[in-house]
Design a protein. Structure first.
Length: 296
């Protein structure tokens, strides 16, 4: 009986904001480990999602969208996450939106490492009405960078994701698996809980609330009855508080209710969730505070 050769590697999913990187990460892994919304800058942290298929283990790194329009300490830190990730991984998947190539897409290209194996994932092909436009589009993008492979996909509709996995799997290095077969992410349940709550904020009041908003867990207690969680939504201005609360607290009740439902599904046990809103001016500009809040 011979030992089976195993393969394991880090795979970065990169691209401009809002091309579907987090949706793709969740679809490939088969579980929700990255929050998604239609707003750009939803993903702010480097999140590892794990998929093990037979002899191959994929460690996907969902990165923030590279920020080109706005400065500030938080965006600088998120951009550092992107550039550091690209230097540390084995395979890079550059995610673009089918039919669209913007200056923000072009600014990703110089970041793609020359010594890595890069795959172009053309996402949202299901939204392209005239499929004959896809080939000219791909040819145009291929002039920007010598990608190893091109895979048209739809992360939302699960189109060609197996083909993308095959392309990635063929480029993983030999090595022992770093995680157990049933592992889905290296992030703690507290982190995922805070992210679930932040997703609800973005989804329900994202049009009204600026991006100076984050979530952290203040207290976490578990017993035989379930989990008691005290979570804080941190905002930059006093004027943001009524936006979050809504008329007679309607927004906050909906945010907390929808978040609790998802957290129950995550933890598979009863959850008692309290949510508070706190104001801390200029928190997005203080790197020391950003690190305390989990930004890398």
């Amino acid at each position: 009986m011979t030992d089976t050769t195993t393969y394991c590697g880090f795979v970065a999913l990169v691209g401009r904001p809002n091309v579907g990187k987090s949706t793709l990460a969740n679809a490939l892994i088969g579980s929700k480990i990255s929050i998604v919304s239609r707003k750009a800058q939803t993903t702010r942290h480097r999140i590892h999602g794990v998929l093990t298929r037979d002899s191959k283990q994929f460690v996907f790194v969902d990165t923030p969208g590279f920020q080109t329009r706005h400065g500030g300490a938080m965006n600088r830190m998120m951009n550092r996450v992107v550039t550091q990730t690209l230097s540390d991984v084995d395979v890079v998947v550059h995610v673009v939106e089918a039919g669209r190539w913007t200056p923000a897409d072009a600014q990703i290209v110089p970041l793609l490492p020359k010594d890595k194996k890069a795959i172009l994932a053309v996402n949202k092909v299901d939204l392209v009405k005239d499929k004959t436009t896809l080939l000219p589009y791909v040819e145009k993008v291929m002039l920007q960078y010598p990608y190893d492979a091109v895979v048209p996909i739809s992360a939302m509709r699960d189109i060609q994701l197996d083909n993308l996995l095959q392309e990635i799997g063929g480029r993983l290095p030999e090595g022992e698996h770093m995680f157990s077969e049933d592992a889905l992410t290296d992030r703690s349940v507290r982190f995922l809980t805070a992210e679930i709550l932040r997703e609800k904020v973005f989804r329900l009041v994202g049009d009204e609330l600026p991006y100076g908003c984050t979530v952290y867990i203040e207290n976490w207690e578990e017993d035989e009855k379930g989990v008691r969680i005290a979570a804080c939504i941190l905002v930059e201005r006093e004027s943001h508080r009524p936006i979050l609360l809504g008329t007679k607290g309607t927004h906050m009740r909906r945010i907390a209710t929808e978040a609790r439902q998802d957290i129950v599904e995550l933890l598979d046990k009863p959850v008692f969730l309290e949510v508070f809103v706190k104001v801390r001016k200029g928190w997005t500009e203080r790197e020391s505070l950003l690190r305390e809040l989990g930004y890398e």
